[in-house]
Write a new protein. Structure first.
Length: 294
C-alpha cells in the first residue's frame, strides 16, 4: 500500500472544502498514509467572461485534473458530480460517490430585497432559468459566472436582486443563513448528481481506501440520473436534468426533457427496482423524448 496519496482539487474555497472531506477521511482511517492536497486553477475557472456553452462546457472544469491523474501528480481528484461530463474516460473512472448533501436549488436574495414578481435573478444555468421562469414569469434572468464567493459579491454589489444557487455548496461553506428560499425538487429539478461529490482516479487505485466514504444510496441515485441525461445526449450546457430518490429496494426518478428546436420542455417520473437504476433512467428519457405520458 502506498504511504502517500495526493488528492487533486480545483483551487476555489468550495472545491477545497469538498476535497478536504476525502483528505480527512483517508487520513483518519489510514493514519499511516500521508495525504496531501494539490490545488489548481482549471480552464473553466480562468474563463469568466463567457458562459460555458461558448467555451466548451463542463469538461473545462476537469481537464487539468485529468491530466494530473494521468501524469501521476495526483492519485485521486474530487469533483461536484453535477460538474462532471456524462462520459467519463475508462482509464479514469468515478471510484465512488459521497453521501448526498441537500440536492435542492436555493434562492439567495440581496439584503433589503424581498420577494417580488420582477426579480433580477443571476444564473448561468439554462436548467434553472427555464424552471425559474415557470415559477416567476416576470423575473429577469441575467448570466453570472465565477466561484461562489464571486457570485455572492456581485449580488451584494447590487448587480442582481437574487441568485439561484445549489443549496449544497452554500451549506458546505457555512452560508446556509443566506438562503431566502428553497425550491422543492418538484419546482426546480436539480442537475444530475447535485449535492454529490465524486472521487475520480486511475482504474488501478485501491478502492478499499474509500470504504466508509462511499455511499451506496448516492451511487444508485447518480446512476439513474446520469443515465437519463446521457440517453438524451444532455451535454454540459443542456437543461436536461434528473433527480432520483432510492427507497428500500426501489427508486423514484424525476426528469426534465428539453426540446432544443422550439424551447419546449416537459417533466415526468418513473419508479422501479433500484438494481435497475440505469435502465429506469434510460426508459424515462425515451418516454419523454417520444412525448408520451410519464
Amino acid at each position: 500500500m502506498s504511504t502517500r496519496i495526493v488528492v487533486g482539487s480545483r483551487e476555489s474555497r468550495l472545491a477545497v472544502a469538498q476535497s478536504m472531506t476525502v483528505v480527512d477521511f483517508i487520513q483518519s482511517t489510514h493514519p499511516e498514509i500521508r495525504v496531501e492536497l494539490l490545488t489548481m486553477k482549471t480552464t473553466g475557472d480562468k474563463i469568466l467572461d463567457r458562459t460555458l456553452d461558448k467555451v466548451g462546457g463542463k469538461g473545462l472544469f476537469v481537464k487539468e485534473l485529468d491530466i494530473a491523474l494521468r501524469e501521476r501528480r495526483a492519485d485521486v481528484t474530487v469533483h461536484s458530480l453535477k460538474d462532471m461530463p456524462m462520459e467519463v474516460p475508462k482509464d479514469l473512472p468515478i471510484l465512488c460517490c459521497s453521501r448526498r448533501e441537500d440536492p435542492r436549488d436555493a434562492l439567495v436574495l440581496r439584503a433589503g430585497v424581498g420577494m417580488k414578481p420582477n426579480l433580477v435573478i443571476g444564473t448561468s444555468s439554462l436548467r434553472r432559468a427555464i424552471q425559474l421562469k415557470a415559477l416567476f414569469p416576470d423575473c429577469e434572468i441575467r448570466p453570472v459566472r465565477g466561484n461562489l464567493q464571486t457570485r455572492l459579491r456581485k449580488l451584494d454589489e447590487g448587480r442582481f436582486d437574487a441568485l439561484a444557487l445549489a443549496a449544497a455548496g452554500l451549506k458546505r461553506m457555512g452560508l446556509e443563513g443566506r438562503i431566502s428560499r428553497y425550491f422543492g425538487v418538484d419546482e426546480i429539478i436539480p442537475a444530475a448528481g447535485q449535492g454529490i461529490l465524486a472521487v475520480q482516479g486511475r482504474a488501478d487505485f485501491d478502492r478499499t481506501l474509500l470504504e466508509g466514504y462511499a455511499d451506496a444510496e448516492a451511487w444508485c441515485a447518480a446512476t439513474a440520473e446520469r443515465a437519463f441525461v446521457r440517453q438524451l445526449d444532455g451535454g454540459c450546457t443542456s437543461p436536461v436534468c434528473a433527480h432520483a430518490v432510492p427507497n428500500g429496494d426501489g427508486i423514484r426518478l424525476e426528469g426534465l426533457y428539453y426540446e432544443e428546436s422550439d424551447g419546449s420542455w416537459r417533466k415526468g417520473s418513473i419508479e422501479g427496482p433500484r438494481d435497475e437504476a440505469e435502465q429506469l433512467g434510460m426508459r424515462l428519457a425515451q418516454t419523454l423524448r417520444d412525448g408520451r405520458e410519464a
